[in-house]
Each structure stands twice: as structure tokens, then as C-alpha cells.
Design a binder for this molecule. Sequence first.
Ligand SMILES: *Cc1c(COP(=O)(O)O)cnc(C)c1O
Length: 401
Amino acid sequence: MFVYADNAATTAVSKKVVEAMLPYYTEVYGNPSSLYTVGQKAKEALEDARERVAKLIGAKPREIYFTSGGSEADNQAIISAARLGAKKGKKHIISTKFEHHAVLHTLQALEKEGFEITLVDVHENGVVVPSEIEAAIREDTALVTVMYANNEIGTIQPIAEIGAICKAKGVLFHTDAVQAISHVHINVVEQNIDMLSISAHKFHGPKGVGVLYARGGIVLTNVINGGAQERGKRAGTENLAGIVGMTVALEDAIAHIDENNEKFAKLQDKLIDGLSKIPYSELNGDRNSRVKSNVNFCFEGIEGESLLLLLDDKGISVSSGSACTSGSLDPSHVLLAIGRPHEVAHGSLRISLGEDVTEEQVDYIVKSVTEVVEYLRGFSPFWDDLVEGKRPHVFKESSIA
Ligand SMILES: *Cc1c(COP(=O)(O)O)cnc(C)c1O
């Protein structure tokens, strides 16, 4: 059986999206900046996409900037707010400990330039407390940036409440909504979001295209310099086919949020119930305030990497928080941020559901994970130490309430 359950890493482009994109490679291939007809047709399609995307999040078309994806949108939002703040002598930025690296690494670069960064706690449940953001805001705070839903553990943050606090305090507020846009209803006006990042490939659109929404009046700083595309704020010939594909994918995703959530919730319950039966295991992140497609577990005495490779042998594509393949032996900063000790943070597994995943496949995942965890523990010296009482267990034998 083949099961793709890593939809938080990327998704398949839907047929409908591919079909919508094709004419923009072969027929309407003009450069939107060209004045002749095929260029102007491309320009029309570009502006049509901008209007449609804006409408989906409650924004105005001129507030939508097309980028190369979520990482670029995060970089540009944060750098822009930093430059605007610095002009007024504000060089303090607030974020959280478990942001995506597109945010954290941009903040680290700004720190080297003399900005001061406060990363608020995300607590054991992986949810930010809005009053702690409020308490961290200072006279010189230029920006608050908090992700909408975490990419590893799926926890949803109280974005509207944080937005209201930032508005009252007169501080710019950005949210990385890459993992949320297809799972939660988002309206930038109602939720007081000044800037927001999304990425097409997380909702069945193509890779390499995304959106930065920036409220009117916010002057962006270019991260890509060159031509005058995107109102002069993002140079480079527009990825029109990608933008059209993203628009169709986003309309589709948002139209099906409730229906998908209902379906995912059942499968999520089944996965959590099933995996909780594995001794010395625990769910990561809040049980309720999380996207319905995400399940993330830690298992004691396991290397996440080995778990994921053995599951791959069984045809299951999932991901692990430990990042040996990405050239680092450090456990996930997200799992450390929610207080998991190093030794269990290494033994994590993320399952992220997609529309195609069936109940039968979920049963197969539970069965396979249970077998593989038992198998790996069978020759883990670390597990032997736990069994022999040479090390204390981190989790209870049973996590079933
Ligand atoms: C995937 C992801 C990104 C990066 O988006 P890309 O389009 O791959 O650059 C940023 N933030 C979060 C939360 C993500 O999950």
C-alpha cells in the first residue's frame, strides 16, 4: 500500500490546477509587462488572479504581492517592518520560539544588525498566550510576528486576539499562515492582520509561488531588486502560470475547508487513539487547538529517522522532527520549545493528512507504526536502559486518559 501522509511538507498539484496552468505556458505566454496583445492578456490574467486571491482573505487587490513562496514572503514582511521601525528608532521585534526557519533565520540576521528579538514561550501545549505577547510589547517594538499554525505540531495560535492587541498598541503584526490558510477561515481585516504569508505548494498548488499580503499604507522593502513588477516591490517577470495555479488551488482549498476538516477530524481521532496505545508515547501539541490534518507523536527509545525510513519501506511517506537528513543532528526546535527533552524529541513522527487519505490507510499507518516502534525498540540500547530502570522514563506507560 502506498500512503502519502506528509502534506505539511508539500502536496500533489491537483489535476484541475495543472489544467488551469497549462494555457499560460503555451498560449498566453506573453510577458505581463509587454504592451502587445499577448502580453496584455497575460497582464489581465495576473490582475484577475490578484483580485481573486485578495477576495479570499478579505484584502484589496493592491495589498497582494506575488512572491516565490512562503519563505520569501516571510523574509520580505519581516525585513520591511524592521526597516520601517528603524526609521522611527524602533528596533525590537517579538516572535515565538517555534516559528518556521524562514522567520527565525530572518530574525537572527536582523539581530546581527542590532535589532533586539524577544521570542515568547509556546508552552507545553504549543499555543502562545496573547497576554504574554502584550506584556512583551515595548515603546520600541517594530513588529510582532506569530505563525498561524505550526508546521510540525499543527497547533493553531490565537491570531485574532494577538491582532487586536497589536492594533490597540499600534504595532505591526505579521503572521506566517502557510500551514493555516487551507484549514482555518482567515480574514485579514476581521483578524487585524497587517501582513500575512502563504505558499501555494502546501494546498495543491505549484511549488515556487506564494503571496505576501501587506495592508495598504505599509511600505515594503524589496528583497529582490530589479524591474518594476509588483508595484515596484518585487522584481522579476511574474510566474504567471504558477500564480494562476495558486489562485485556483486556493479557491478550491478555501471552499472545502469545513468539509475537509470534518473528514480529517475523524481520521485524526483514529490516529491519535491508535498511536496512544503504543507504550511510552505521547501526542505533541494541544489536542484541540490544532489543524485537523496534523498528528505528531514522540516515542521513547526511538530514532525518528529510522522510524521514517522503515515506514517508507512499508510504502508510507511521513516525516520526523529529527533532522539528520538535513545535515544536522539537532532535534526539532519546535519539540524543544514545547519542553520535550532531547532524547524524546529525537523520536518524533509527523503525519499530515491529505484529502486522498482513506480510513483503511489510517489503519495501515497505525498498524505499521506500532510494529516498527516495537521492532526498533527491540535492539535499542537506549530502550534497554529504560526497561532496566537505568534511566527514568519521560512518559507514562499509557497516555490514554
Ligand atoms: C512550508 C513553509 C514555509 C516555506 O514556504 P516555501 O514556499 O516552501 O518557501 C514557511 N512557513 C511555514 C509555516 C511552512 O510550513
